[in-house]
Design a protein around this ligand. Structure first.
Ligand code: FES
Length: 121
């Protein structure tokens, strides 16, 4: 009995260490610079969606707020999650569930001369 409790505790300790280490590694990456094409209204990068409306830019995490699937498609100006069908408008707000929270909005700096965007994480 004591041995199996010790094994379970050791397993939790290993998992906890991996989770904390992963958070520390992510915290070390504070910003990322990506190419940006000003002629596109919707730009999908791995973890980000850049949306241009008129001259206004918004950058969102591409992780669906339901269960975290990556959103990579758009239809009729709606972002569509491939996993369970949530849709988000171009301001990142959910229009159809199961997601109920808006996409995470991210700060950015635009370098038009080099067509690059630096996104704050
Ligand atoms: S993860 Fe996007 S709708 Fe479920």
């Amino acid at each position: 009995m004591k041995l199996s409790a010790g094994i379970i505790l050791a397993g939790f300790a290993v998992l906890w260490d991996k989770m904390v280490r992963s958070d520390r590694e992510m915290a070390a990456i504070r910003q990322i610079t990506l190419p940006y094409n000003p002629n596109r209204d919707f730009t999908f990068h791995d973890d980000f969606i850049i949306i241009k409306k008129n001259d206004d830019l918004q950058v969102f995490s591409s992780r669906c707020t339901h269960l975290g699937c990556i959103i990579r498609s758009i239809e009729n100006e709606k972002l569509i999650c491939p996993c369970h069908g949530s849709t988000f408008n171009s301001d990142g707000h959910p229009e159809k569930g199961p997601a109920v929270k808006p996409l995470k909005k991210l700060a950015y700096q635009l370098d038009n001369s080099n067509q690059q965007i630096t996104i704050e994480l």
